[in-house]
Design a protein around this ligand. Structure first.
Ligand code: NAI
Length: 258
């Protein structure tokens, strides 16, 4: 049966591949992005987050069957915590009432293998407390201290933990909405291409995210997992962060987790 999805970050990379796959399966997908999409909204800002929900209501008549919060950036800048955590939370929370009116509703955030790398506890703590101002200030402190890379890993650790905490609450499990995250390894998209093109940076990436199975992936290889997790077939997987990473999690964490 044809479903209606909303995908953020739909203009590029993993969001675009997910949109293309769902449309090829006969579903309606409303894309949202900074530009070149059905809804133009800047998810780093309060106004953009309101705009997303307002336009989604207008375009769908107030009901959605699936939401994929994929928009993200990897800059050594506080903007990264605003988009990757607060933008994703606003997407999922803001569109939850539309999902509650949908059929077999499902929701998903895009985390990252980088959430397993070192993080900044002040950023993660503020993000999970819902304090955007404090999270931005902590991110600026990290950047000023030459630790700007921690903003990205912290943003992805925070959204992953938010998904696990929220999935089991009345709002989500209680209203029959599975909520999960995928944690991609290194995926060849406009976000990573410049790094992979630089031999020195490529070495750093390969060392920090070892992918023994099939190496770096293409966005089209991530989309099917997102499509399944947000399909009616998924009735009992919730609160999970599923790494789709060519084995990187197994290399990095070994049998410390399962
Ligand atoms: P991409 O750069 O190809 O696509 C990201 C999209 O998000 C772009 O279309 C961009 O315009 C949009 N976006 C950025 N800021 C926005 C804002 N303020 N408001 C609305 N939209 C905004 O990147 P890619 O690789 O497809 O990334 C998608 C998601 O996957 C991101 O959350 C990223 O962190 C995550 N990810 C990517 C990995 C990779 O290796 N490419 C690895 C792990 C996670």
């Amino acid at each position: 049966m044809s479903r209606t999805y909303l995908v953020t970050g739909a203009a590029s990379g993993i969001g675009k591949a997910t949109t293309d796959l769902l449309r090829s399966q006969g579903h309606t997908v409303i894309g949202a992005d900074l530009k070149n999409s059905d809804i133009s909204a800047d998810l780093s800002s309060a106004e953009g987050r309101v705009e997303l929900v307002t336009q989604a209501r207008e375009l769908t008549g107030g009901r959605l069957d699936g939401v994929v919060a994929c928009a993200g950036i990897a800059q050594f800048d506080p903007l990264t915590i605003k988009v990757n955590h607060f933008g994703a939370v606003a997407t999922l929370q803001g569109l939850r009432p539309l999902l509650a009116a949908g059929t077999d509703p499902r929701a998903l955030a895009v985390g990252s293998i980088d959430s397993l790398h070192p993080t900044d506890s002040a950023i993660v703590h503020a993000a999970l407390a819902g304090d955007e101002e404090a999270a931005v200030a902590a991110s600026q402190t990290a950047v000023d201290g030459g630790e700007g890379h921690l903003v990205y890993s912290s943003s992805k650790a925070a959204i992953s933990r938010w998904v696990r905490r929220s999935a089991i609450t009345e709002d989500w499990a209680g209203t029959g909405i599975p909520l999960n995250a995928v944690g991609p390894g290194v995926i060849i998209t406009p976000m990573t291409q410049p790094l992979l093109d630089d031999p020195e940076m490529r070495g750093v990436v390969e060392q920090s995210v070892p992918m023994p199975l099939h190496g770096h992936a293409r966005p089209e290889q991530i989309a099917p997992l997102i499509a399944w997790l947000t399909s009616p077939e998924n009735t009992h997987v919730t609160g999970q962060v599923i790494f789709v990473d060519g084995g990187a999690d197994a290399v990095l964490r070994g049998d410390r987790t399962w």
